[in-house]
Design a binder for this molecule. Sequence first.
Ligand SMILES: Nc1nc2c(c(=O)[nH]1)N[C@H]1C(S)=C(S)[C@@H](COP(=O)(O)OP(=O)(O)OC[C@H]3O[C@@H](n4cnc5c(=O)[nH]c(N)nc54)[C@H](O)[C@@H]3O)O[C@H]1N2
Ligand SMILES: Nc1nc2c(c(=O)[nH]1)N[C@H]1C(S)=C(S)[C@@H](COP(=O)(O)OP(=O)(O)OC[C@H]3O[C@@H](n4cnc5c(=O)[nH]c(N)nc54)[C@H](O)[C@@H]3O)O[C@H]1N2
Ligand code: SF4
Ligand SMILES: [Mo]
Length: 810
Amino acid sequence: MGDLAKLAALGRAGAACGMDAGGLLVPLGAGGPIAPLGAGRGGGASAAAVDPTAPVREVRHAWCQMCGPAKTNCSTLCTLENGRWTRVEGNPNALNNGRHGTCSLCAKGNAAPQILYDPHRILYPMRRVGAKGEGRFVRCTWDEALAAIAARLGSLCDQYGPACYGVLSPQAYPVLRTVGRRFLNVIGSPNYLHSGICALQRRASKTVTIGGAVCPPAQLDKTRLLVVWGANPENSAVNQGAVRDRLDALAGGTTVVDIRPLMDPLASKADIWLPVRPGTDGALALAFLHVIIGEGLYDRAFVEEWCLGFDKLADHVRTFPPEWAAPITGIAADDIRRVARMMGTMAPMGILYGNGIGDQAVDGHWACASICLIEAITGNLDVPGGGGAPVPPGKPLVRVAPIDALTERLPFSDEDRANGWCAGVSALVAPETPRWYQSPATWESGPNSAYFRALMGVANDEPGHLRAVLGQASNPFGATRQPARVAEALRKLDLYVVHDTRWNPSCDFADFVLPACTHYECSQQIGTKNGPEGTFVAVTQALAAPMGESRSDWDLYLGLAGALGLGADFWEGDMDACLREQLAGSGLTLEELRAAPAGVFVERPADARPPEPARCDYARLFASLPEGKVQCANAWIGGRVDNRDEEPLGCLPVYVGPPEGLAETPDLARDYPLVLSDVHAYRLCNHSYYTDTPALHALQPTPWVKINPATAARYGIADGDWVRVESPHGCVRLVAEYFEGVAPDVLMTRRGWWRATTPDDAAERARFAWQSDSSVLYDTDERRFDRFHSAMAKQTLVRIARWEEGDDDE
Ligand SMILES: Nc1nc2c(c(=O)[nH]1)N[C@H]1C(S)=C(S)[C@@H](COP(=O)(O)OP(=O)(O)OC[C@H]3O[C@@H](n4cnc5c(=O)[nH]c(N)nc54)[C@H](O)[C@@H]3O)O[C@H]1N2
Ligand SMILES: Nc1nc2c(c(=O)[nH]1)N[C@H]1C(S)=C(S)[C@@H](COP(=O)(O)OP(=O)(O)OC[C@H]3O[C@@H](n4cnc5c(=O)[nH]c(N)nc54)[C@H](O)[C@@H]3O)O[C@H]1N2
Ligand code: SF4
Ligand SMILES: [Mo]
């Protein structure tokens, strides 16, 4: 097997090459031709007719991963002229935007060439020679760095056990949950340090309430009421199907209620916008349940047959009327009642919830669980146009195997065995979710510790704390809270290694800073997209040689494993061998993929498309839940110990509210009268990076905070003024942007403002590093974090004033 023709033949024969019988193969632009400038894709003009002095043009394929790596990737066609990347466009063959034929990319995708040629790139391995935080480094070689890191890591593991090593992984970064996880498993550590504030939080709440298999609303064309709650797809997945589907649904008459403090673009198109006060969604959800249950607007037959503990819930929510929630949430009681009635009477109804609820509130679990319960008791689960009920795309026609994380290599301890836990769970330094919950059925790639709590274990010298940490594609000062506390932890670590494309503020605390190349400088990521029309598969083709001595995220692990004598478990340093392993059984070879500049599309014959499945298949959907039912009173978690191994969890939704809030801490509100929170995903950057990419920087030149003009007038602040925003925990400097789409008592900023500098510019970095990042403003009392899934608050009370000369000196 090997060439594309053979693949097509095998596909038609339905052989065990991963393709369903009847798959039609469409190799796209195979051969990677160097076409003359002016010729369309796929050729056209003959070489003889071309001016020999014209630039040589070549098209290569790359997966864009500039918004949520591995989550919302678009396939792109990249044009190189005389070897330099000059142009990028969406690949019309790749099911971008959920369908064939779209070439669009978002602003970030269009700015991608500027990322490759970013002048702030780290080019050489650097070894620290000054004190931690001082920023004095000297250049060293990769061999020297890897040998020193391996020696130190090896001796720390011998002395303290392998669980003293952890990797920072706030996001589902592709390398971390595959090869990075494999590295953890091979050396014997479970300590994958997940942020505690990204997606897994929501997912865990959903899993224990209505089951993990329920999907977000699909088939929006059939939806009568769509409730968008703390989700931001116009920023977080702008070029993906859901945004387009939502606009189509709006045009088709779907009613939309949008619940979030900031009127992001799609909120302005909603029929009803509820500007909930940040962090109070739990109270709003309880009041909705009060009305829906109290007025009998739920689906009685569903509740009777498929809900556990409904009577307890009904009794419990009686004490949370809209009049109770109104002063907490800032939403009028009548509006709460009106929307609750809509949710109880308009069917099908779907709720799309995102990172704005659940993930970053101290009662995030119960807020999210309540939202799931609203969707369930109103009879909207697995109903076309309601919650879930996606149209099945059909089996992938080309199967690319996931990278084997070698999970079986993680050893069981006696404690793991005695408790019936999975291997390694007893050695988690700060279990993100309770130990008893962490099992292969619930985890993404293996066991997790909570990033911030694990670092605080180091700062506080807790028994068994981490000794060695790898920060790969993460900036711990921005990703968590209170950078000064995080710096304390980094100072105490015996080994801190950073692998990054650019010098983020945490690099100054590293023992070694290693240069990462972008995914555009290597050909190591294979991606697929599967839809009803067929399956698309492509590899990112390197668009340039790695800048300086930078190495890819994948090669870092291969190199480190080699230095530790673990090469045999890491393809002896040959990443292509890993890629070939992924392709084994797919019917494609690596050479074929690398030679197809627009990827490979295998079309699904019309008669091979799967039929619509039977709906409301609750026995299947709820199979993993206690008694196979929706947990109105939660029998899965109720009474079991929390993630700190301290107290039992409750079984009914409670409202805790932000650590500092207008209704929650009225005394504090006299000095700090405004609520502040932030947005994670923004369309002009990814997390905290790409902000200074020229094309994107031009559209977002300063660190903004949105303020209602009426509020600004009260404090004498003009549009565009630098302002000082101060909470009980810290102070930041931002630029006021007038915006009516935020409540007068709320300020909203974006998280993660820092500026890349060159390694030798420590002074500039220190001046700017933590000055504008909202992470300095929030409470970090770990006892207040969510007891089920570790979410930390991103809401606080602040005061605001114009920035005055001299404020800098404090
Ligand atoms: N462009 C871009 N895309 C990205 C990313 C990126 O950095 N840039 N990051 C990726 C990652 S890692 C993630 S986790 C996803 C996240 O993507 P989403 O789940 O869409 O989440 P957020 O961007 O955090 O935005 C959620 C919305 O919640 C609102 N919000 C803030 N606080 C509250 C609150 O207390 N209550 C309510 N109801 N709403 C609130 C915000 O205004 C925002 O509109 O995006 C991914 N995609
Ligand atoms: N206040 C507040 N805090 C939050 C959030 C919030 O909404 N508010 N959101 C949370 C969420 S959802 C997430 S996912 C986390 C994100 O937190 P992090 O993932 O830590 O994000 P960044 O702080 O942007 O750091 C990412 C680093 O990766 C580097 N990098 C970029 N590309 C590459 C590459 O290809 N290879 C390598 N090795 N490095 C690369 C960048 O230069 C940057 O230094 O933040 C969380 N923190
Ligand atoms: S939506 Fe934009 S940033 Fe995200 S993958 Fe597509 S082009 Fe890239
Ligand atoms: Mo995230």
